[in-house]
Ligand binder design. Structure first.
Ligand code: F6P
Length: 370
């Protein structure tokens, strides 16, 4: 008998949802069932196990072929997700009603044992895979699957969800060209991405924006205004400015909406800030559109569906091969495995010398720095 014999596995989806989650779930469930394993889904991150009383129909649900039939093309996640249920920093009310964070990971490990779960497929971004890594260190057999529209996970060329988000952002930018030109306006488009500028950069270049502001290149608003004025002088009486939500001015800080106990800092307002200043400096009529959660919705693109199915099946192959404490990663043309600890060590931001930035500069796109 193999040392790593598996009978029952669990899968969970954590953090912000991303197109492709359901495709991963389907691939994991079907690949597991085809090996004679049982597969269970944990509801809402780890909440299904940590707070089972809140789930009358069960916080840990058996997943059969029927449960995962016809879901590959659907956005969201049939298991639910949360970005405020980190078991290592679980928000609970203290005696005086104030919120505080406590470590509930040992409770969760007991719940895995009680439910005879031999291994976990954790599908998530940097936060969720950091948690998965902590479980791996505590002896749980874990394989991670890299999810996030932000594409900011290290050691994988791409995370699933990114392609759908960036494609949608590009088509929104395309649509803004005609209205910007018709009204001779500056249109500012704010996109998500947290502290990484991948969505802003790739949609901005593909959508032929005039200015792209990303967290990796702090901007000078006078340089932005200069580029806009150049457009008007050259006879193009409109401009498109793409602003990543994590963009910040030189010497300034991120635009933060809130920071609550038990959850990540919430970014927002970067686009409005830029729009207001452009109008003040240039006198040009400026409007701001925030794409926000629209980027996370809808059906995954073919690329995202395929990579999600490949990631899910590869995660099960890894478990079957006795691997643990690893993340599946895209290393074209193949999927390979990297240690979870390496994947969660640092955030993958846009390298300043990458060819997409060089291409943008060659095409005359301004990053507001020179
Ligand atoms: O990490 C994915 C993401 O969509 C970020 O781009 C964004 O900053 C954040 O999640 C928004 O989170 P929430 O759903 O809590 O508003």
């Amino acid at each position: 008998m193999k040392q790593h014999t598996i009978k029952r596995i669990a899968i969970n989806t954590g953090g912000g949802d991303a197109p492709g989650l359901n495709a991963v779930i389907r691939a994991v469930v079907v690949s597991a069932i085809n090996r004679g394993w049982e597969c269970f889904g944990i509801r809402d991150g780890y909440n299904g196990l940590l707070e089972p009383e809140k789930y009358p129909e069960g916080g840990l649900i058996p997943l059969s072929r029927t449960n995962v039939r016809g879901i590959t093309h659907l956005g969201g996640t049939i298991l639910g997700t949360t970005n405020k249920g980190n078991p290592l920093k679980f928000p609970v009310k203290g005696k005086k009603g104030q919120l505080q964070e406590i470590d509930r990971s040992d409770e969760l490990i007991k719940a895995f044992k009680k439910n005879k779960i031999d291994a976990l497929v954790a599908v998530g971004g940097d936060g969720s895979l950091g948690i998965a890594n902590a479980f791996a260190q505590k002896g749980i057999r874990v394989v991670g699957v890299p999810k996030t529209i932000d594409n900011d996970l290290d050691k994988t060329v791409i995370t699933f969800g990114f392609d759908t988000a960036v494609s949608f952002a590009t088509s929104c930018i395309d649509r803004l060209h005609s209205t910007a030109e018709a009204h001779q306006r500056v249109m500012v488009v704010e996109v998500m991405g947290r502290y990484a500028g991948w969505i802003g950069l790739e949609s901005g270049v593909s959508g032929t924006a005039d200015v792209i502001l990303i967290p990796e290149i702090p901007y000078d608003m006078h340089k932005v205004a200069k580029k806009i004025e150049e457009r008007w002088s050259n006879g193009s009486h409109f401009a498109i400015v793409v602003v990543a939500e994590g963009a910040k001015p030189k010497g300034g800080s991120f635009s933060i909406v809130s920071k609550e106990i038990g959850r990540a800092e919430k970014l927002g307002g970067a686009g409005e800030r830029v729009a207001k200043e452009i109008q003040e400096i240039t006198g040009r009529e400026t409007r701001c559109v925030v794409l926000g959660h629209l980027l996370r919705g809808g059906s995954p693109t073919t690329f995202d569906r395929l990579i999600s199915l490949r990631f899910g099946a590869a995660a099960v192959r890894a478990l079957d091969g006795g691997q643990r404490g690893i993340m599946v990663a895209l290393d074209p043309p193949t999927v390979r495995y990297v240690p979870l600890v390496e994947a969660t060590n640092r955030m993958k931001t846009v390298p300043l010398d990458c060819d997409i930035i060089l291409t943008a500069r060659d095409l005359g796109i301004s990053f507001g720095d020179i």
